[in-house]
Ligand binder design. Structure first.
Ligand code: NAP
Length: 551
C-alpha cells in the first residue's frame, strides 16, 4: 500500500491501550446500503478501513425494519446498486417491489460477493466521536467501551435509523408484548388470533396494518394524522421481464439520473390547472392504476407547488378513499384535512383502505378521543379502555439529524455537533459539517434524497473522490470554509421556496413530537432536485475542491 498523509499520521491520540488499529485511515459507521458501498470504494483506494455496525449483520434499514409487510416503495430494479455489472446480472429480484427479506438477502449477497464482512465489526454501537486537533484524527468510542481511531470518520448512519417511541405516559407499565416496528424481533411475532393495537398511520404502519389485519383476532389502529396513500400495484417479475430488466440496466439507471428524485418517474411538464377537468381526471386515473411513485413524483408539474392544483389532486385522492371504504364516517376519518396530497412522503399501499371494511379492524381517531395513557393491559383513551395482547409502535423516527444527536460528536475545542445542529444544520453539500474536520457524511442533512441507493452511490463516489484527492496530495485534514457553507445553506433555503411540503409537519421537515426540541420545522434536505445537486457537487470536484480547506 502506498504511504500518504492519510495513512502516515501519528498513532492514535492519547496512545490509549485499547485503541484498535493505530494506523487506520478511515472508520465508517454503519453497514447498510451506504456503508457497504463506501467500504467497497475505499478498499479500491488501498486504504485501511474498518466499518462499525450496531447490528449483528449487514443491512442497515433492511436489517432493523423486519415488521410484517416491510417492502420497497421504489421499483426493485431501480433500487439495487448500479456499480457492479456482475451483481446486476447475477441477482434476480422476485417482485417489482421487493419485500424486506429479499432486500436483506440482496445486501448479504453483495457483502459476500465482495467479502465485505472481513472489515466490518458488528455489535458496535457508536456513542462518542472526538476529534483531536493536534493529530488530526478521530477517536471513536463504542457502547462496550471499545475505542478506535482513524484519520477520517465517515458517517453512514441512515437518515431513518433513530427510531422514536411515543411519549405517552405509562408505556413502561404495559405487561403484554410491545414492539417498535424498527425493532421487530428477528424470530418474528405470532399475531394469529391476538388482540393487537397499533399507534401510527405513516408509511410503516400502513404496510404493517394491511399485512397483519388478515391474521390477527382484532386490530385497533390509533390514528393522529391520516396520510394520503396510493396503490403500489406490486406483482412478481416474470422470467421474460427478468431478462428484459437485466438487458436494460443501463437505460434504467440513466433514466433515474434524469429525474429530480432519481426514481424512474418523471414529472409531467403540464400543469394541472392548464388542462381540462377531463384531461386531468383521466391522467390521475391512469397514475392511480399504475405501479409505484408515478402519482407522487410523476404528477402534473404544479401539484406539489400550487395550492389550487394540490387541492384538486387531494379531492381526487379523497374520492378514491370514499370509494374504497364502505363506512362514510370511517372514510372521512381516513382523509387528511391538515395537509395536501403529496406534501408528506407518500405511503404506497396494497389494500390498506379496504382493511377498514373488515369487522375485526377498528380505527380510533385520537383527536376525538385522545390517548390518556398506556396501561398494564393496553391503552386508555378519554372514552374507553382497550385490552391488547400486542402493542405495535409504528411511531417513526427522529429523521436525518436524530442519528447524529444520539452520538457525542465533538470537533476541535470540544465543539458539540448536537449543539450546532439544534437549529438549521450547517453543512457543505450535506457531506461535510461546518466546524468538524475530517468528518464526511453519507446522506447527512442537505443532500438530495429520493431513490436512496441512487443518492448514496452518487455521494459515496464523490466522497471517495475527495479521499483519493487527499491521498494523492498528501493532505491530512479537510474542512469546510465558512463562506462556502453560508452559500450552500442559502442555496438549500432557496430550493424549498414555493414547495408545499415545507409548510407541513413531518420527519422530512424535522418535526417529531416525541422528541424534545423537535417541534419546529427545519430544512433537512436539498430540494432543488438531483440534477442540480449533481451539477453542483461535480463542479466542486472538477474544480479541485477549492471550496474546501486542506492541510
Ligand atoms: P412516520 O411517517 O413519521 O409515521 C409515524 C406515525 O406515528 C405517524 O402517523 C404519527 O402521527 C404517529 N405517531 C408518532 N408519535 C405518536 C404519538 N405519540 N401518538 C400518536 N401517534 C403518534 O414514520 P414511518 O411510518 O415509520 O415512516 C417514516 C419514513 O420511513 C417514511 O416516510 C419513508 O420515508 C420511510 N419508509 C419507507 C418505506 C418503503 O420504502 N417502503 C416503508 C416505510 C417507511 P403524526 O403524523 O400525527 O405525527
Amino acid at each position: 500500500m502506498e504511504t500518504s498523509a492519510i495513512t502516515s499520521g501519528q498513532a492514535s491520540p492519547g496512545g490509549s491501550a485499547d485503541l484498535d488499529v493505530p494506523k487506520l485511515d478511515v472508520i465508517v459507521i454503519g453497514a447498510g446500503v451506504a456503508g457497504l458501498y463506501q467500504l467497497y470504494r475505499l478498499r479500491e483506494l488501498g486504504l485501511e478501513v474498518r466499518v462499525y455496525e450496531a447490528g449483528t449483520d449487514v443491512g442497515g434499514t433492511w436489517y432493523w425494519n423486519r415488521y410484517p409487510g416491510a417492502r420497497f416503495d421504489s421499483e426493485s430494479w431501480s433500487y439495487g446498486y448500479s456499480f457492479s455489472p456482475e451483481v446486476l446480472q447475477e441477482w434476480e429480484w422476485p417482485e417489482h417491489f421487493a419485500a424486506q427479506p429479499d432486500t436483506l438477502r440482496y445486501l448479504n449477497f453483495v457483502a459476500d460477493k465482495f467479502d465485505l464482512r472481513r472489515d466490518i465489526r458488528f455489535r458496535s454501537r457508536l456513542v462518542a466521536a472526538h476529534f483531536d486537533d493536534k493529530t488530526d484524527r478521530w477517536t471513536v468510542t463504542f457502547e462496550d467501551g471499545h475505542k478506535d481511531s482513524a484519520r477520517l470518520l465517515i458517517t453512514a448512519l441512515g437518515p431513518l435509523s433513530a427510531y422514536t417511541l411515543p411519549n405517552i405516559p405509562g408505556r413502561e407499565t404495559y405487561r403484554g408484548q410491545a414492539f417498535h416496528t424498527a425493532r421487530w424481533p428477528r424470530e418474528g411475532v405470532s399475531l394469529k388470533g391476538k388482540r393487537v393495537g397499533i399507534i401510527g398511520t405513516g408509511a410503516t404502519a400502513i404496510q404493517c396494518i394491511q399485512t397483519i389485519a388478515r391474521e390477527v383476532g382484532s386490530l385497533t389502529v390509533f390514528q393522529r394524522t391520516p396520510n394520503w396513500a396510493a396503490p403500489l400495484h406490486n406483482r412478481r417479475i416474470t422470467p421474460e421481464e427478468q431478462q428484459t430488466i437485466k438487458a436494460s440496466y443501463a437505460e434504467i439507471f440513466e433514466r433515474c439520473r434524469q429525474t429530480s428524485t432519481c426514481f424512474i418517474h418523471q414529472t409531467d411538464p403540464r400543469n394541472a390547472l392548464d388542462v381540462s377537468p377531463e384531461e386531468r381526471e383521466a391522467f390521475w386515473e391512469k397514475l392511480y392504476s399504475e405501479p409505484g411513485f408515478g402519482i407522487w413524483v410523476g404528477n402534473f408539474a404544479d401539484v406539489l407547488t400550487d395550492k389550487k392544483a394540490n387541492e384538486l389532486a387531494s379531492a381526487f385522492m379523497a374520492k378514491k378513499i370514499r370509494e374504497r371504504v364502505k363506512d362514510p364516517k370511517v372514510a372521512d376519518k381516513l382523509i387528511p384535512k391538515d395537509h395536501g396530497f403529496g406534501t408528506r412522503r407518500l405511503p404506497l399501499e396494497s389494500g390498506y383502505f379496504e382493511v377498514y371494511n373488515q369487522p375485526n379492524v377498528r380505527l380510533v381517531d385520537i383527536n376525538e378521543t385522545p390517548i390518556e395513557r398506556i396501561t398494564e393491559g393496553g391503552i386508555r383513551t378519554s372514552a374507553e379502555d382497550f385490552a391488547f395482547d400486542v402493542l405495535i409502535y409504528a411511531t417513526g423516527f427522529d429523521g436525518v439529524t436524530g442519528p447524529y444527536d444520539r452520538i457525542d460528536i465533538r470537533g476541535p475545542g470540544g465543539r458539540r455537533l448536537k449543539d450546532d445542529w439544534q437549529g438549521m444544520p450547517r453543512t457543505f453539500l450535506g457531506m461535510l459539517a461546518d466546524g468538524f474536520p475530517n468528518m464526511l457524511m453519507v446522506l447527512g442533512p442537505h443532500t438530495a434524497r429520493g431513490n436512496i441507493p441512487r443518492n448514496i452511490e452518487e455521494i459515496v463516489d464523490w466522497l471517495s473522490g475527495l479521499v483519493r484527492f487527499m491521498k494523492e496530495h498528501g493532505h491530512r485534514r479537510v474542512e469546510t470554509r465558512r463562506a462556502e457553507v453560508d452559500r450552500w445553506v442559502a442555496e438549500v433555503e432557496q430550493a424549498v421556496e414555493g414547495l408545499l411540503f415545507n409548510e407541513v409537519n413531518s420527519w422530512q421537515t424535522g418535526v417529531n413530537r416525541n422528541v424534545e426540541g423537535r417541534q419546529v420545522r427545519r430544512i433537512l434536505g436539498y430540494y432543488g432536485g438531483a440534477l442540480a445537486y449533481r451539477r453542483r457537487i461535480e463542479a466542486v470536484a472538477v474544480g479541485g475542491y477549492r471550496e474546501l480547506r486542506f492541510d
